[in-house]
Design a protein around this ligand. Sequence first.
Ligand SMILES: Cc1cc2nc3c(=O)[nH]c(=O)nc-3n(C[C@H](O)[C@H](O)[C@H](O)COP(=O)(O)OP(=O)(O)OC[C@H]3O[C@@H](n4cnc5c(N)ncnc54)[C@H](O)[C@@H]3O)c2cc1C
Length: 499
Amino acid sequence: MAVEHFEVVIVGAGLSGIGAAYHLQTECPGKSFAILEGRDAIGGTWDLFRYPGIRSDSDMYTLGYRFKPWVQAKAIADGPSIRTYVRETAAENGIDRHIRFRHQVKRAAWSSADARWTVEAEVGPEKQLARFTCNFLFMCSGYYDYAAGHDPDFAGRESFAGKIVHPQFWPNDLDYKGKKVVVIGSGATAVTLVPEMARDAAHVTMLQRSPTYVVSRPAEDAMANWLRARLPSKLAYAITRWRNVLFGMFFFNLARKNPDKTKERLIDMVRQELGPDYDVTTHFTPRYNPWDQRLCLVPDSDLFRAIKEDRASVVTDQIERFTPKGILLKSGRELEADIIVTATGLKLQLLSGLQVSVDGVAKNMSKTMSYKGMMYSDVPNLASSFGYTNASWTLKCDLTCEYVCRLINYMDRKGYQIATPARDPHVEEMPWLDFSSGYVQRARDVLPKQGATKPWRLYQNYALDLVALRYGAVDDGTMQFAKAHPVAVPVAPERLAAE
Ligand SMILES: Cc1cc2nc3c(=O)[nH]c(=O)nc-3n(C[C@H](O)[C@H](O)[C@H](O)COP(=O)(O)OP(=O)(O)OC[C@H]3O[C@@H](n4cnc5c(N)ncnc54)[C@H](O)[C@@H]3O)c2cc1C
């Protein structure tokens, strides 16, 4: 089998992978690279999800790349516009030429003797094996399973006479005009779907086990649009981006310092939207503090308007079982439905389930400690792109890409071929994400750990990361540098089992 070599292999052509390629081309000019993409398209999340109303829930001034201004009027953008933005970035910078579509990466084996990864991908529906080698592997494969969403096994599911749909696999031809729809869930997807489907459906019920914080913001940012009309677009974008970053950090810190006050204020805002007669306590008062889970943003109060106009309603209860006509609730009430949408979430996955081995020993990546939120203890020359939980994904991705480029350039300058974050056994382990959301809790066993101290600590703070990743020393005492060197191959087969 012919094996192609690239200095860098990027896995994934979503927002992160295209951003990674841009940084690499710009900050490490001349490095050969390829993007291996499992699907047939650029855009990742923004190409996969096709449910009605699909949109961002953070503003595009921070979800957009630092290097490419978002110039559309809407700050909360729809999925197709974001997909176009990512594709445009790839086309404008000649990145699309480097993408190998339908290459689903399955395994990566590191050899210290060669200072290289051997990456194996299955190509096309026949799953033909393709092999690549690279000096640095950059995983931009997102954070969830593309093949399956989280779909709880509701009792009586098969008895339901209507259609059951998961938002990750939306049927193109689903006709919900004039139909009764129940959307199970209370997260970002549910609050997007409910008002959108309520435009045409007979009625949409959002069925939630427990409430989420829901905040309304204008879809268009008047100040950003004002600035863009008067200033060069790059300058206007930079100002708005920084304003939004600082506001986001301020609000997050306020919520963490004064949870009770913030909670009161957020719930008050919902009360103002829905009026004094609406049962905000039952349906919009979460049991947790703000930012223990991600806040749900709705543009221009669309969810609240749909509720006020009686096109949509919220039911807070638990599911006993599905019935032929709909859903029987624990309270004894039955919700009738023609269509049930299970907006029950994503199945988190680390590095898209990649099988990793280092010098012949299989690595269980969930047992590693994450270094600066992007590399993994005792795993050389591998980084991954993961965004913030309390701010836009791309803020962290841009910084991650900058750091990876600095690391590669540093190794070139010093004549090193290997960079490994060395695990310090004295650093206390902590969960990687401190979110109480169901999808994070369900994935505790597949996610790596973070450490209690720098550089193993995840601060979820753009300003701190900016200083550490853009300006901090690459040779920080934890990152160990080396030239290619032979390592004894393990002899006992049991060593091949995950460490
Ligand atoms: C519905 C939805 C809405 C969201 N809204 C927001 C938001 O408003 N703000 C925000 O900050 N974040 C949001 N997110 C998080 C969102 O995923 C990120 O914003 C961002 O799109 C992630 O980009 P990515 O390129 O890292 O990953 P993805 O978009 O998941 O792209 C990963 C790419 O890698 C490919 N891939 C994966 N594994 C392999 C493999 N083994 N081999 C080859 N290719 C592979 C996939 O096919 C895909 O193309 C949202 C997520 C969802 C699901």
